[in-house]
Design a protein around this ligand. Structure first.
Ligand SMILES: *Cc1c(COP(=O)(O)O)cnc(C)c1O
Length: 364
């Protein structure tokens, strides 16, 4: 065990009945908010036994939010169920959003807009400077275009919110009704999707008779973690939640998550308080920067593909897994028995990074 091993509190375990009751109450609160069904929910919760055996520590499970079904799936689908319902409620006919070139969020938003009969404008920020034609045109970008979105590019460091507002103004003056979805779908409305996921996972664990000790996932624009923090607090869960950062340094990341979690809790309107110490991010696995490959990510993506038949991505879930694997090896999770990795999706981006994995060629 290393110095920063997590100490689990010998807390009074919550009874299954109490968990179910709190989940039921939370679903009643969530039912106040307009929602359009876009995802295949609940997503499966499955053990990763070969990985667990290899690491020789806790049993590791995967929550398959890569299987949400919308245009190859991913975590943005849950957020879009609430965001697109809000857009519909406001009478929008056009969705505007932004992301990095290989944005999974942009792809799922384009698909949601297509399904709901809305136009979609996507602004892609070049955060990596990569010129590989696959990076620029394949993977998520191919899918954005297949879904009929209008795609335009912006340089690194552009004020993307200002750019979206400018596109919205232009569309308004042409008689359209645009609705701006923030990058990553991360605002209190989008985060409701992960409040709902926390409820779903808590119920699933009761049904399986499983005591989940920790939940680990990749954290970026923060809506996923903020929603989970809020949802877990609402059901009084003692699951140790840990985000693995993909962009910002730790202090900034935790601040973003905490801020959004507090606003999400306020939106629920139940007086729920979010303590600062419920927000934990480890940002040691970012490497040289957002969307830039690391050796650990490559190893993790190949390992899971080879041992579990699962596909992860270079930008988010691969770095999240790198963090999980390294922390398990370092004994960070102490004597915890069950750890869930939330698979947030993103494998469509693999096709934008074909040269990254140093794979062997054909054999004769
Ligand atoms: C967007 C994304 C994340 C991060 O979720 P946030 O809510 O932005 O923090 C993680 N994994 C994948 C695959 C994503 O596309």
């Amino acid at each position: 065990m290393s110095e920063d091993t997590v100490m689990t509190q010998p807390a009074e375990a919550q009874s299954p009945e109490m968990t179910k009751g709190l989940c039921k109450e939370l679903s009643i609160v969530l039912a106040k908010f307009p929602r359009v069904r876009l995802g295949h929910l609940p997503t499966p919760l499955e053990p990763m036994d070969r990985l667990s055996e290899m690491l020789g520590g806790p049993r590791i499970w995967v929550k398959r939010d890569d299987c949400t079904g919308l245009s190859s799936g991913g975590n943005k689908t849950r957020k879009l169920e609430y965001l697109m319902a809000d857009a519909q409620a406001q009478g929008a006919d056009t969705i505007i959003t932004q992301g990095a070139t290989q944005s999974n969020h942009a792809r799922q938003t384009a698909a949601a807009a297509a399904k709901l009969g809305m136009a979609c404008h996507i602004l892609l920020e070049d955060r990596t400077g990569f010129n590989d034609p696959n990076y620029i045109l394949n993977g998520n970008v191919l899918m954005d275009r297949l879904h009929g979105a209008t795609v335009s590019k912006r340089g690194d460091g552009t004020d993307m919110n200002a750019e979206m507002d400018a596109v919205a103004e232009k569309l308004k003056s042409d008689g359209h009704k645009p609705y701006v979805v923030p990058g990553g779908g991360s605002n209190p409305i989008g985060a409701l999707g992960y409040v709902n996921c926390a409820r779903e996972l808590s119920e699933q664990a009761v049904d399986l008779g499983l005591k989940i000790d920790a939940l680990v996932h990749a954290t970026g624009s923060s809506g996923t973690q903020a929603g989970l923090v809020t949802g877990l607090a609402a059901v009084q869960s003692d699951i140790h939640l840990l985000g693995i950062g993909v962009r910002a340094p730790q202090e900034k990341q935790e601040q973003m998550v905490w801020d959004l979690a507090q606003r999400t809790a306020a939106k629920l309107g139940t007086g729920l308080e979010i303590d600062r110490d419920m927000v934990r991010a480890n940002c040691d696995y970012v490497g040289p920067g957002y969307g830039l490959p690391t050796e650990g990510m490559k190893m993790a993506v190949r390992l899971l593909a080879e041992t579990e038949g699962l596909l992860f991505d270079p930008v988010y879930s691969g770095k999240g897994l790198d963090g999980l694997i390294d922390l398990v090896r370092k004994g960070h999770f102490g004597d915890m028995e069950n750890i869930v990795f939330l698979h947030t999706g993103g494998s469509a981006a693999l096709f934008g990074y074909p040269e990254t994995f140093d794979l062997p060629g054909y054999t004769n």
